[in-house]
Design a protein around this ligand. Structure first.
Ligand SMILES: N[C@@H](CCC(=O)N[C@@H](CS)C(=O)NCC(=O)O)C(=O)O
Length: 225
C-alpha cells in the first residue's frame, strides 16, 4: 500500500489524518510511532520530531500539512472549502483546536487522567493528578466550549453546509476527552455536544473510537450527560 500514516493512535493529530483518509474512502497502512520515543532517523521524515508523519510512495510529509496535501491529491469529497473565506475559516478552526485547545486538553487532562496511570500500571490517577485535571476541566475548558457553541450556532457543521477539516479538527481531540471520561455538559453546551455525538457516530470516527476504547477508554463510561 502506498499511503502510510505514522504516529500513535491516541494522538488527536494522527486521528485527524486517519479520519480524513476514511472520509475520502482511501486505504492506508498505519504504523504506531510513540512521539516520546521516536525510531532512529525519525527527523529525516519529521524535521520537528513530531507525529503524525505521512508517506505517499517515496514522498514524505510532516504534521498539519498532511490533510491539506490529501485534499489536493484526492479532491473528492473536499474537506477544505473552495470559497476563500470558508477556506480560511476551516483552517482557523484547525488552528484554534491544535494551537489552543489541544495544548490544554492533551497534556493537562488526557495525559494526566489516562496515559500517566497507564504507564504507571495503575487503574486510577493519583488523587492530586485527578484534582489538578478536574480544575482544568472546570476552569479552562469552558471558555473553549463557549466559543465553539457560539460559532456552531444552529448549523450542522462549523463551516458551510458540509463536513470540513474544521469539524474533524474539533471532534478529534474530543475523542481523547471522551477516553478521559470528559465531555461538554449537554445542558450548558447542547449544540456542541450534539455535534460531537454526530461526528463520533460517523463511520470514520466510530471505527477509531472502537479500536482505541479498549486501550485508552476505561474512563469513558464516566461521561455525564
Ligand atoms: N498541528 C500539528 C501538531 C503535531 C504535534 O504537536 N504532535 C505531537 C503529538 S500529539 C508531538 O509529536 N509531540 C512531540 C513533540 O513535539 O516533541 C498536527 O496537526 O500534526
Amino acid at each position: 500500500m502506498s499511503l502510510v500514516v505514522l504516529g500513535a493512535s491516541a494522538s488527536p493529530y494522527v486521528r485527524k489524518v486517519r479520519v480524513t483518509l476514511a472520509e475520502k474512502g482511501l486505504d492506508y497502512r498505519h504504523e504506531q510511532v510513540n512521539p516520546f520515543a521516536t525510531p532512529p532517523g525519525w527527523r529525516e521524515i519529521s524535521p520537528l520530531g513530531r507525529i503524525p508523519a505521512f508517506k505517499d510512495g517515496d514522498r514524505t510529509l510532516d504534521s498539519s500539512v498532511i490533510c491539506a496535501y490529501l485534499d489536493r491529491r484526492f479532491p473528492q469529497p473536499a474537506i477544505l472549502p473552495s470559497e476563500p473565506y470558508d477556506y480560511a475559516r476551516a483552517l482557523w478552526f484547525e488552528e484554534y483546536m491544535d494551537g489552543g485547545f489541544v495544548p490544554v486538553a492533551g497534556p493537562k487532562v488526557f495525559l494526566v487522567l489516562v496515559v500517566k496511570p497507564m504507564l504507571a500500571g495503575k487503574a486510577e490517577p493519583d488523587p492530586a493528578d485527578e484534582a489538578a485535571a478536574q480544575k482544568v476541566i472546570a476552569e479552562d475548558l469552558p471558555g473553549f466550549w463557549d466559543y465553539l457553541e457560539r460559532e456552531l450556532g444552529d448549523r450542522e457543521y462549523f463551516v458551510g453546509e458540509k463536513l470540513s477539516l474544521a469539524d474533524i479538527a474539533v471532534a478529534s481531540p474530543h475523542v481523547n476527552l471522551r477516553h478521559a471520561g470528559v465531555a461538554p455538559e449537554r445542558k450548558r453546551w447542547p449544540k456542541l455536544r450534539g455535534f460531537l455525538d454526530r461526528m463520533h457516530a460517523r463511520p470514520s470516527f466510530k471505527k477509531l473510537i472502537e479500536e482505541e476504547t479498549p486501550i485508552f477508554g476505561k474512563r469513558s463510561a464516566k461521561i455525564a450527560d
